[in-house]
Structure formats: structure tokens, C-alpha cells
Design a protein around this ligand. Structure first.
Ligand code: TRH
Length: 394
């Protein structure tokens, strides 16, 4: 029988080591904030790179050993840190190695903390079989559980704040014009595409920009500052580009935006007709935005990310009409360097021809995902069940 969830006032320690980019801290921060806000949990978030955190949350002060933000205690994770008594629940984000002394302290707690390894998101089918599996510590009386985000009820679900869909709906209905004005843009003209671009370096960018340059419908490309910008600058034959810069080439207008806070980035995704996203968190946010997306998977050795790409493509396009599904598949594959995919000129012609189908499907897809429990609720329930089992000596 399923046990009741009473997560209120549990203490949580979440550890995040920033490897590169913003996905590790992006996901960890979202989780920490939602646990505090929605579950009433007392959360400490340990981060080894507060400067990276500050990029997505500008009021973070990197020099501080400890600070409070949205009800979460943010702690600098330094080699000499002393965490005190471990929390009821300990989350290591993406397999980051916890400090040895902290793990030793965990083992002295009775009952021991519920120890979670929050894994990366993948739509691959093997995820369901691995979600929730225990891994006993080789020496200490501790068990770590693998918690996998995912797209089905057999996984941990997707991170989704309880109010995010309502906030998006309100924004789209009431705040869109003001948003464009805040970016110095008029309301879009008929047929125009507003497209956001968040990407790693990408060999397919040149032909995509060529396609937009020659497009029969105007394209306004909004590019937050980041890794793709030097390539955009090179295509425009500009020495470099900075936030606030703009350039027009044919049907394409490029606008460079500052790298925004996480919440402001959501608004960009909600506002655009099409979003190019990457990695993990922005891909999920683009799905909640209910707008079509082109996803660049985080590149992995031996092109392992192509399996991840095809897995998400398969479920995303399953109920999409075949011609539009083909356009999406071709574009995602070309953008990710999968051999044999048609070039971006052909892909872009497809987007123009199937715009309504692709836009409608993005809304259907969001609604379908939204009926599944979110990751925070699923994780809280998982943890409570483990704590209750421990208390009952199961
Ligand atoms: O930055 P990423 O490439 O992170 C990646 C992936 O998570 C990948 O799975 C992981 O292995 C690797 O890091 C180490 O992409 P991601 O996941 O989309 O994270 C970007 C975060 O930055 C996300 O939370 C959204 C946020 N963001 C802003 O806050 N402002 C912005 O202007 C933009 C463009 C993004």
C-alpha cells in the first residue's frame, strides 16, 4: 500500500557541483526552490561555483559563505566546509561526490538520511527500469537511491513549479506586448517568426542563418549572450557581438540579449514562436512553454547523445501528423549532426509549411505532460515512503 506524504519540515541537503554550463545549477536550484516553496521543506543548497549560480539568479552573492534566497539556505561548498548534522534527506545532484566527512556523519544518524542521487534526464526506455534502484554503500550502513527524471509515470517525472503553467498562460494573454516593448521590439507583424537561440557551438548554424536570411517570412532571432554568439558574429561578419547589438541581413534580424535570470528566460521561451534549446533544463522549460522547440542534446562521447535525441523525438512526434513529424525529426537531427539529415534550407521550408501543426502540437504535448505528477511531488513521496519504511524497520 502507498504511504501518505507529509514532507513538511523535513530537512534537505542538496549538493551541486558545477561541471560546466548552467544545467547542473539550473536543475538543482529549481529543485531546492520548489521543495522549500511547495513542500515546506527546510533546504540547504551546497554549490561549489556560486559565480555560475549568479548568472541564472543575479542576486546571488558569490563571496558569501551562506545566504538565503527564496526560502533556501545557499551554502558555498568549499573543501574546508563543515555542514554540521546531515539533513533528513541528502541529494547529490548528477552523481557529484559528497564530502567524505559528511558521508561518515550520515552513517551516524539514526535513522540514516534518505540518500538520493538525482540523475540526468533522458527519454530512453532503460530509465524506467533503473529509476528508484538502491545502491548499498560498500562499507557504511547507508543506501543511495537512483532517482531518474523522465517523461512517464514509471520515472521521477519532470521539474515543474506548481504555478508555472498558470503564470505562462497569464503572460501569453496579458503581458506579451509589454514584454516585446521591454526588449525594444514592436509586436510581431503577420507571418513573422520570433525565434530564440540558446545553443552550443554548432556546425549547422551557418546554413540555418542562410535559410532565415532567404526566408519568405521575416525572422527575428533573439540570442542571449553565450557560446553560440561568436559563430553568429562570424556569420554576420562582425568582429564581436554584445547584448543590445542588432543586425539585419535579408529577412533575418538578429538581436543579442543579455543572459537573463532563469525566470526571465522562461518569459523569452513563452513569447517566441520557436525556441532552440540545449542540454536538459532549457529543453524542459521549452516544453512547458508550449511552443515548438529544436533541441541540441549535450554532446557526449561516441555520439551517445544521438540515442537520447532519438528517444525524445520518438515520444514527442508519436502523435504528430507524419509530414510535420518529419520536419521536426530532420531539423533536430541536422542540428545535432546526425549523418544523412536534410540541410537546414529544406528543414526551414518544412517549418514554414507546417507551422500550424507544429505549434498546435507543442500545446497538446505540454497539456499531456502536465497531467503527470511533477518531479518534486514524486521525489517527496519517494522519500517519505523510504523514511516510513525505515521507521517500520522494513
Ligand atoms: O547550460 P546547459 O548546456 O547545461 C548542461 C546540461 O544540463 C547537460 O545535461 C549537463 O550535462 C551539462 O550542462 C553539464 O543547458 P541547460 O540544462 O538548459 O541549462 C541552462 C540553464 O540556464 C537553464 O536553467 C536555463 C538557464 N538560462 C538562464 O537562466 N538565462 C538565460 O538567458 C539562458 C539562455 C539560460
Amino acid at each position: 500500500m502507498k504511504k501518505m506524504v507529509v514532507a513538511t519540515m523535513r530537512t534537505w541537503d542538496i549538493f551541486c557541483s558545477v561541471i560546466d554550463n548552467y544545467g547542473d545549477i539550473g536543475v538543482s536550484w529549481r529543485l531546492a526552490r520548489s521543495l522549500a516553496r511547495e513542500q515546506g521543506a527546510q533546504v540547504r543548497l551546497w554549490v561549489d561555483d556560486l559565480t555560475a549560480f549568479q548568472r541564472i539568479r543575479p542576486d546571488i552573492r558569490p563571496e558569501r559563505a551562506q545566504q538565503s534566497c527564496d526560502g533556501v539556505i545557499i551554502c558555498a561548498w568549499r573543501p574546508d566546509m563543515s555542514a554540521g548534522r546531515p539533513a533528513d534527506v541528502v541529494v547529490e545532484a548528477f552523481g557529484c561526490t559528497l564530502p567524505e566527512a559528511y558521508v561518515a556523519d550520515m552513517a551516524t544518524r539514526l535513522p540514516p538520511p534518505v540518500w538520493i542521487n538525482l540523475e540526468y534526464l533522458s527519454a530512453e526506455s532503460w530509465v524506467a527500469a533503473h529509476h528508484g534502484l538502491p545502491s548499498p554503500h560498500p562499507q557504511l550502513p547507508l543506501t543511495k537511491y537512483f532517482f531518474f527524471p523522465g517523461y512517464t509515470g514509471q520515472t521521477g517525472g519532470l521539474l515543474r513549479e506548481r504555478d508555472v503553467l498558470a503564470r505562462r498562460a497569464h503572460f501569453v494573454q496579458h503581458e506579451l506586448d509589454a514584454y516585446w516593448q521591454s526588449l525594444g521590439l514592436p509586436a510581431p507583424v503577420a507571418g513573422e517568426w520570433r525565434i530564440s537561440l540558446f545553443a552550443y557551438e554548432n556546425p549547422a548554424l551557418g546554413e540555418l542563418l542562410d535559410a532565415w536570411h532567404a526566408s519568405s517570412e521575416p525572422v527575428t532571432l533573439l540570442v542571449p549572450e553565450g557560446r553560440i554568439l561568436p559563430q553568429v558574429a562570424s556569420w554576420l561578419s562582425k568582429p564581436d557581438l554584445h547584448a543590445g547589438d542588432a543586425a539585419r541581413r535579408g529577412a533575418l534580424e538578429v538581436r543579442v540579449l543579455p543572459f537573463a535570470s532563469q525566470d526571465d528566460y522562461d518569459r523569452l521561451l513563452w513569447a517566441c514562436d520557436l525556441n532552440f534549446v540545449r542540454g536538459e533544463d532549457s529543453c524542459v522549460r521549452a516544453q512547458w512553454a508550449a511552443r515548438p522547440l529544436v533541441w541540441q542534446a549535450y554532446p557526449q562521447a561516441a555520439a551517445a547523445h544521438h540515442d537520447k535525441l532519438d528517444a525524445l523525438l520518438a515520444i514527442y512526434t508519436a502523435s504528430l501528423e507524419p509530414a510535420a513529424a518529419q520536419v521536426l525529426t530532420d531539423t533536430w537531427r541536422r542540428w545535432n549532426g546526425v549523418p544523412g539529415a536534410p540541410d537546414m534550407a529544406a528543414c526551414w521550408a518544412g517549418w514554414q509549411a507546417h507551422r500550424d501543426a507544429l505549434s498546435g502540437h507543442a500545446m497538446t504535448w505540454q497539456a499531456r505532460l502536465a497531467v503527470q505528477p511533477g518531479l518534486v511531488d514524486t521525489l517527496a513521496e519517494f522519500v517519505e515512503n523510504k523514511l516510513l519504511s525505515q521507521a517500520e524497520g522494513v
